[in-house]
Write a protein of this length. Structure first.
Lengths: 124, 187
């Protein structure tokens, strides 16, 4: 399968999903006008990636901002990673937040709580 | 040449009101995504905004996005037959508190439910808003829908106070005004 690389725009995040290394990265801001249109292909890629039975996954989430309708697709990605973790994949989630933006740290902790994945936290 | 006395009178009054209310940015129009992005960029150029803390900047940005996208998604069209959904956003700053005021049209049939939700949110303490937000997140995670009802809770969670009012304009639509405060002092 091919990697999924999407350049960051003013309102959609940069996506760098590399299937061989299992390094997944989402960066920037996420408040697309049409959330489904943007995240549809991203979730489809995650589905194929998860079915390919990866051994290791490291998901770096480094968002400056995401809006309320971006919660759902982010949950969906994390939920799929949780499922493959239960089937033996080593999954690491790295949550990066801007230094001083404690709301963003808290958002990560809530995702961690709700998805039951272990998160590591880094400020930038 | 036609006289423009009335027009300049209106513009003067509008500017005077804006000055009085410490308005730093205002826009009236149809909140398409390009406009939303332009307004966000403009707000970030404001000297007060640039001098605010990372947390306040993030909260104000988030409140503005949710407000404008709500108007775009849930606002009603006007009576002229055009597709545009008229909306207004007014951002003010008095040295201690940011104010974000929005106004738009909503269909009358949607008013009761919206009013009920806003009244509930307004009655909750900050801690309870957080709790409620988390509960909705939990259902969002499991539901097919994408975050129904999260927008207003997200606003309330970031804000230090919200007020709202509705005014019935005709058989089809009402005016919906939303007034959000954000204090510089973090709590």
């Amino acid at each position: 399968m091919e990697d999924l690389i999407l350049e960051e725009t003013i309102d959609t995040p940069g996506i760098k999903f590399q299937h061989k290394s299992g390094e997944l990265e989402i960066t920037g801001r996420s408040y697309p006008e049409d959330t489904r249109e943007f995240f549809g292909p991203v979730l489809a890629w995650i589905d194929s990636f998860c079915s390919s039975g990866p051994e290791n996954v490291r998901f770096n989430i480094k968002l400056n901002y995401f809006n309320s309708s971006s919660y759902k697709p982010l949950f969906d990605i994390l939920s799929k990673l949780k499922t493959i973790q239960e089937n033996g994949t080593r999954v690491h989630v790295e949550w990066h937040y801007k230094n001083g933006d404690d709301d963003m740290l808290e958002a990560g902790q809530e995702f961690e709580d709700l998805t039951e994945l272990k998160f590591n936290y880094h400020s930038f | 040449m036609e006289t423009t006395t009335d027009l300049t009178g209106f513009v003067f009054k509008w500017l005077e009101e804006c000055e009085k209310e410490n308005v730093i940015l205002t826009f009236k129009g149809d909140f398409n995504q390009e406009l939303v992005n332009a307004i966000l960029l403009l707000s970030q150029k404001d000297p007060d905004f640039r001098g605010s803390s990372t947390q306040i900047k993030a909260r104000l940005f988030g409140i503005m996005v949710e407000c404008m996208q709500n108007i775009r998604k849930y606002g009603a069209v006007n009576d002229t037959g055009s597709e545009s959904k008229p909306g207004i956003i007014i951002v003010s700053f008095d040295g201690k508190t940011y104010g974000v005021k929005t106004g738009n049209l909503v269909e009358n049939e949607k008013v009761a439910a919206l009013e009920e939700r806003l009244a509930e949110i307004k009655s909750l303490e900050k801690e309870n808003i957080k709790q409620k937000h988390k509960e909705v997140l939990k259902t969002t995670r499991l539901s097919e829908k994408s975050g129904a009802g999260l927008g207003l809770l997200t606003i309330a969670r970031k804000a230090d106070g919200i007020n709202f009012n509705f005014k019935k304009l005709n058989d089809r639509v009402s005016f919906f005004g939303l007034d959000i405060n954000l204090n510089l002092d973090l709590n």
